[in-house]
Write a protein that binds this ligand. Structure first.
Ligand code: HEC
Ligand code: HEC
Ligand code: HEC
Ligand code: HEC
Length: 254
């Protein structure tokens, strides 16, 4: 096959490429379970998942003592005790407690945190941005946490995380989108979005800072939720309001 793309649909109808996480010759389960298996793609300004993990309490524990954990237990036999803290795969893929190992990384998700505004997942269609079953996903993710944490700790974490997602939706995305729609209807957007300060800022609002705020809040990295997230969202919103006012008042694009 021509490349190692994650979500590619190949001419024979197969999807993805196993060597994105496994190496071709060893196919080592140890390699696949380490955060490095995910880091080649899940990094950077628009989905800094490896940075978020490294700066969470869990990443701190992994980076301190992960070398001494047992990594080669068979699927569904890898349990707390073999390790003290979760890695990406513990939460998103591995069997733990009564949960079975899965290769479907969507299975334990509630929201779609990559989208412009986050909605609860509720679709079987692989092409839908809402692929997955949110309530079922949340139940499964909570089972992961409950293997190590008290129920109250887990419930409180998700209450707080869900509030952060709703705050992004309501206080940042919604007003930004309303301004975008009005400027569009009044022909006050440039044709090329990439030389239009309003449209560039709108893109960064959801695609970069908005994801950092939501994913940082949901994976326990306060600095990503706040400084790389909500603080910059506030800056974006002020900037959008300035440009919006100028264009509406003058009826022209500056
Ligand atoms: C997103 C990363 C990822 C991709 C892509 C992926 N795997 Fe895995 N795979 C894992 C992880 C993580 C485990 C270990 C899960 C666990 O902890 O039980 C695993 C475990 C396995 C195991 C068990 C290995 C053992 O030693 O018992 C097999 C077999 C396997 N994967 C096959 C595949 C095949 C075939 C593909 C492609 C169709 C594939 N995987 C694609 C991450 C991935
Ligand atoms: C080769 C690149 C690559 C690697 C390696 C990779 N991913 Fe991904 N992952 C992607 C892409 C691309 C998407 C987005 C697919 C889409 O558009 O919905 C994604 C999406 C996801 C999602 C969200 C799924 C959804 O329904 O929105 C999760 C969770 C995830 N990956 C976890 C992992 C974990 C855990 C690992 C490591 C074991 C991993 N990924 C390794 C490229 C990768
Ligand atoms: C402690 C468990 C935990 C760990 C460790 C963890 N995640 Fe997550 N991850 C979550 C939770 C919880 C969510 C939000 C799920 C929800 O409610 O939708 C999430 C969300 C995500 C998303 C966003 C999916 C979307 O809807 O857009 C991606 C991508 C992702 N994680 C990848 C990773 C990668 C890569 C790592 C390791 C570098 C990692 N996660 C480590 C629990 C974890
Ligand atoms: C393999 C065990 C394990 C799993 C699974 C696990 N955690 Fe943790 N978690 C820990 C450990 C250990 C600590 C550090 C506790 C300490 O301070 O001694 C921790 C710390 C935390 C903290 C920081 C808490 C604080 O009070 O400082 C949060 C938040 C957290 N976990 C949330 C979660 C969530 C949410 C999940 C599930 C998505 C989860 N954890 C899954 C082991 C785990």
């Amino acid at each position: 096959m021509p490349n190692a793309g994650m979500g590619n649909i190949y001419p024979d109808g197969s999807t993805g490429n196993c060597s994105a996480c496994h190496t071709r010759h060893r196919f080592s389960i140890v390699e696949a379970r380490k955060p490095a298996a995910c880091a080649s793609c899940h990094l950077g300004p628009d989905h800094p998942n490896i940075e978020i993990f490294n700066n969470s309490k869990h990443g701190h524990i992994y980076n301190t003592e992960g070398d001494s954990w047992k990594w080669d237990a068979a699927p569904d036999a890898w349990e707390p005790g073999d390790y003290r803290g979760p890695t990406c795969t513990t939460c998103h893929m591995s069997g733990i407690g009564e949960l079975m190992t899965t290769h479907n990384v969507t299975e334990r998700l509630y929201w779609n945190l990559w989208a412009k505004d986050s909605q609860v997942r509720n679709s079987n269609n692989v092409m839908s941005p809402l692929l997955g079953n949110g309530p079922e996903g949340r139940k499964k993710m909570k089972l992961v946490c409950k293997s190590c944490h008290m129920e109250l700790h887990t419930d409180n974490f998700f209450k707080q995380g869900d509030k952060a997602v709703r705050l992004y939706n309501e206080a940042y995305y919604k007003p930004a989108k309303a301004m975008l729609d009005e400027l569009k209807s009044k022909d006050l957007l440039k044709d090329n979005p990439w030389i239009d300060e309003f449209q560039i800022t709108f893109y960064y609002l959801w695609h970069h800072q908005g994801r950092r705020a939501r994913q940082g809040a949901m994976m326990g990295a306060p600095d990503y939720a706040h400084w790389h997230g909500f603080f910059e969202l506030q800056q974006d919103l002020y900037k959008l309001e300035e440009i919006y006012k100028k264009r509406i008042e003058s009826g022209t694009i500056e």
